[in-house]
Ligand binder design. Structure first.
Ligand code: DX5
Ligand code: ZN
Length: 236
C-alpha cells in the first residue's frame, strides 16, 4: 500500500550536524527532504542558502523539496536549482510575474510549486493550475518551526482538493506547519497527499525518527509515492 508522502523539514534538525541529520531521516523513511529557505525579509528569520543545500546533496538520494520564503525570488531560482532542488516552491507575492517564475522552474526540469500563506485566498490558483506540480498550504504563518496548526486551513485544503481533481492534473497537495500525528489525519481526510513536518519528526534522537515518521503516516492510499516524483516533462 502506498503512503502519504512525508517531507521532514530540516529547519528542526541539528544545524551543527546537518549531513548526519539528513542521513538519519533518509534511513528513517522520509520520502523527501524539506528545506526551508528564509531571507530575513520575506519572513522574519534567516536559514539556509544554496551553498548548504549543495553540500547536503551527496548525503541522500531522496528528492530535495525546497521551499523558498525569499523576495524577490526570481534572481535566486537558478541558484537553488543548481544547488540540487528537485521540487521548488515559491510564494505568489515574492515576485511580480508568478506565471513566468513557475515556467522558469519547470524549464529546468524541476517540479514547480506555489505556497499559500494562511491568509492567502486560493483565487491565486485560477490561472496557474496548469503550471503547477505542487500546491503547498501553509498551515502556520511562515518563518518558524514549532507553531500550532491553524484549523481554518483544513477548509482551504478541501477546496484545493476539489480544484485539483477537477483539473485532472497530478498535483501534489502538501501541507506545511504544525503537522503532528493528530493534524496529519485531518490533513489527509481533507485531501492532502504530502505532509511537511519539522518538530514532529526531529523530536527525540535519530533513533526515534522512524517512529516519528511512521506516526505521521496513515493507511490511506496515495498515488504520490516517492518513486513517482520524476522530472517534469515540459509541455509548453
Ligand atoms: C515554516 C516552515 C515549515 C516549518 C514546519 O515557515 O515552512 O516547514 O519548518 O515546522 P513544524 O513542523 O515544526 O511546524
Ligand atoms: Zn516549509
Amino acid at each position: 500500500m502506498l503512503n502519504t508522502l512525508i517531507s521532514p523539514s530540516i529547519l528542526s534538525a541539528d544545524f551543527a550536524d546537518l549531513g548526519a541529520e539528513v542521513r538519519a531521516i533518509d534511513k528513517a523513511g522520509a520520502d523527501m527532504i524539506h528545506i526551508d529557505v528564509m531571507d530575513g525579509h520575506y519572513v522574519p528569520n534567516i536559514t539556509i542558502g544554496p551553498g548548504v543545500i549543495k553540500a547536503l546533496k551527496p548525503h541522500t538520494q531522496k528528492p530535495f523539496d525546497v521551499h523558498l520564503m525569499i523576495a524577490p525570488v526570481d534572481p535566486m531560482i537558478d541558484a537553488f536549482i543548481d544547488a540540487g532542488a528537485d521540487l521548488l516552491t515559491i510564494h505568489p507575492d515574492a515576485g511580480p510575474h508568478v506565471h513566468r517564475s513557475l515556467q522558469a522552474i519547470r524549464a529546468r526540469g524541476v517540479k514547480a510549486g506555489i505556497a499559500l500563506n494562511p491568509a492567502t485566498s486560493l483565487d491565486v490558483l485560477d490561472y496557474i493550475i496548469d503550471s503547477l506540480d505542487i500546491i503547498l498550504v501553509m498551515s502556520v504563518n511562515p518563518g518558524f518551526g514549532g507553531q500550532s496548526f491553524i484549523p481554518s486551513q483544513l477548509g482551504k485544503i478541501a477546496e484545493i482538493r476539489k480544484r485539483i481533481d477537477a483539473s485532472g492534473r497530478d498535483i501534489i497537495l502538501e501541507i506545511d506547519g504544525g503537522v503532528n500525528p493528530v493534524t496529519a489525519v485531518q490533513c489527509r481526510e481533507a485531501g492532502a497527499t504530502a505532509l511537511v513536518a519539522g518538530s514532529a519528526v526531529f523530536k527525540g534522537s535519530g533513533q526515534t525518527y522512524a517512529e516519528n515518521i511512521a506516526a505521521l503516516r496513515g493507511r490511506h492510499n496515495n498515488k504520490h509515492s516517492a518513486e513517482n516524483i520524476s522530472p517534469v516533462k515540459q509541455t509548453a
